[in-house]
Ligand binder design. Structure first.
Ligand code: GDP
Length: 428
């Protein structure tokens, strides 16, 4: 059984907590794209954890975690992340963590180039997290990267580095006027942070193919959301990888397999980190209130997130791009206490309503069309069943479901593992 858990919106939907919850029935959790440019926050009985690179299943003892071929991995960051979890008493060894030999290494010069380029762009910057992700993916498509498996053969690693480094230094010096990077500095970085990871590196395709043949339950965990997908998101303010569920088997390393289920994680309101068009954005006091209520500050960077009401057009598009079979609606408790709840029900460009989510110039020009729904003046964080929810909350859920055209199966009402309810059809 192959299940993907992906984001319907711009990211930060609460995927980590849903994977943490749903991984209780899984044998394997796989991260299939991205790097340490975003963070999943998971709160469970062991504490509060921010995971940037490790799959969220790492917090469950009986789950095997795989970092797939589609990822870019900053060795230093991963070593630190593993170290922090071990300090908190989480066991991590080659039995419960496997890293694809084909995953790309995000090097110190990728980070440096990310910063230099954002600074060069000035006010036209992309709002990068400056963690080197975009240069690492760019170099991958130029075939000038080191991969995790290269760490296992020192002569081959050095041979590859000797092809890549002179080229990279030409760029750093020629384009940005930066100092060249020394071969020895990189080799010692690769040794310091690569050696502790060697035990985890293997051909994860072989492992996952066998597991799929044995009908193991495999869950693919996405980072970011549909609207940040490199092809289908709000280009160019996207991430540099494919965040959609269709890419999950590819990035995981088993491209010939098909998903059995796609679960889309959708937030009860909207948030967006960094630059780019965000049509439903709220400003001023209204934004501040929602941001505070939802604790909307980036897990990876601490940056205040831009906030807005639920966006029907963007979410319907996200559901379609993710091929979602069902939805996990998150952070619904955050809307408690608002007398009225605004929803962005559509977009207009030059006074004309849009039927579909736009791109490029039209997205930049789009204006939101708002509707107001009644709120609920009641704390719902203790609700554990459909019947305990206030009438207005149920109506809000039904409204969203109808608008995006996909059943909402899970509703989370707090950050803790157990703070959720199942929406079973017969109980509606
Ligand atoms: P992810 O990257 O999609 O996993 O999302 P983040 O971890 O960046 O953001 C989700 C944040 O919301 C985290 O701080 C979670 O602890 C928190 N969270 C998740 N679900 C809920 C919920 O139902 N209610 C509340 N109040 N917080 C939640």
């Amino acid at each position: 059984m192959l299940t993907a858990i992906t984001g319907i919106n711009w990211g930060d939907e609460g995927k980590g907590r849903m994977v943490d919850l749903l991984s209780q029935n899984q044998d394997i959790v796989v991260r299939y794209q991205g790097g340490n440019n975003a963070g999943h926050t998971v709160v469970n009985e062991k504490g509060k954890f921010i995971l940037n690179l490790l799959p969220s299943g790492i917090l469950r003892e009986d789950v095997v975690n795989v970092m797939g071929a589609g990822m870019v991995i900053d060795l230093e960051h991963l070593c630190r992340e593993i170290g922090r979890l071990r300090e908190a008493g989480i066991q991590i060894g080659s039995k419960n963590l496997k890293i694809s030999d084909k995953a790309v290494i995000c090097m110190p010069y990728h980070k440096q180039q990310d910063c230099l380029e954002e600074d060069r762009l000035g006010s036209a910057k992309f709002g990068s997290t400056r963690r080197g992700i975009s240069p690492a993916y760019g170099d991958k498509y130029m075939k000038k990267v080191l991969r995790m498996g290269d760490l296992l053969d020192q002569a081959y690693l050095e041979e590859r580095l000797d092809v890549i480094l002179p080229w990279k230094n030409l760029i750093l010096q020629g384009v940005y006027g930066a100092e060249p990077i020394k071969r020895e500095t990189l080799l010692s970085w690769l040794k310091e942070f690569g050696d502790p990871l060697k035990d985890f590196i293997c051909d994860t395709s072989v492992y996952l193919e066998e597991a799929a043949d044995q009908d193991k339950r495999i869950m693919f965990e996405a980072q970011l959301g549909a609207l940040r997908d490199i092809d289908f998101g709000i280009f160019p303010y996207t991430s540099s990888s494919s965040t959609i569920s269709a890419y999950a088997p590819i990035g995981a390393g088993i491209p010939g397999r098909k998903l059995d289920c796609s679960i889309g994680v959708m937030k009860a309101y909207s948030t967006c980190v960094g630059e780019g068009p965000f049509v439903c954005e709220l400003f001023g006091e209204a934004a501040e209130r929602l941001r505070e209520a939802g604790g909307e500050y980036g897990a990876a960077t601490g940056r205040p997130r831009r906030v807005g009401p639920f966006d029907v057009l963007a979410s319907r598009y996200g559901v379609c791009m993710q091929g979602a079979d069902e939805i996990a609606l998150t952070k619904l408790d955050v809307l408690s206490g608002f007398q009225e709840i605004q929803v962005c029900v559509g977009y207009e460009v030059d006074g004309q309503p849009l039927k579909n989510f736009p791109t490029g110039a039209a997205l930049k020009k789009a204006k939101p069309v708002m509707e107001t729904l009644p709120g609920w003046n009641q704390d719902i964080s203790g609700c554990r069943s459909w019947s305990e929810l206030p009438v207005q909350t149920r109506e809000y859920i039904r409204f969203l479901e109808k608008q995006v055209g996909c059943p909402i199966r899970y509703v989370s009402v707090g950050p803790d593992r157990e703070a959720y309810l199942l929406v079973e059809d017969e109980k509606r």
